[in-house]
Design a protein around this ligand. Sequence first.
Ligand code: TYD
Length: 134
Amino acid sequence: MTRFSPTLLKEIADERGSLVALEGGRDVPFEIKRVYYVYGTTPGVSRGFHAHKTLRQFLVCVNGSCSVEMDDGEYREQVALDRPSNGLYIAPMVWHAMHGFSSDCVLVVLADGHYDETDYVRDYDEFRTLTNRS
Ligand code: TYD
């Protein structure tokens, strides 16, 4: 059973190479308000370890690879992001952590809101309480 499968993005490929377009409200299930990217990750580190109360995000590993641990309080799954044609939607109140970054990994994140520290749930016990599955 997979609850957190990556979305297959449409690749437009010709003899010159490949192109993927991400349009808010079409390929990505929200209007995009912020883009950030993670790269140059120190070998062996993991990132994330939080959920968001309301923020919706969409992850694309545009170079290299990493894996994303997803946990909605009931079900936990490790999702591999290893090609630019895969996108992973992270809904609100899904605990996530990114592991296994390749040295060339560039992880692009699209989000539907500006950065807001008050939207983070960084304590796993609090996350479990909020999801009523403690
Ligand atoms: P954080 O969300 O903790 O990163 P990760 O989930 O990858 O572990 O953010 C790391 C730092 O970057 C933190 O000081 C907040 C800052 N930051 C911004 O200023 N704007 C942003 O859009 C993001 C995502 C982080």
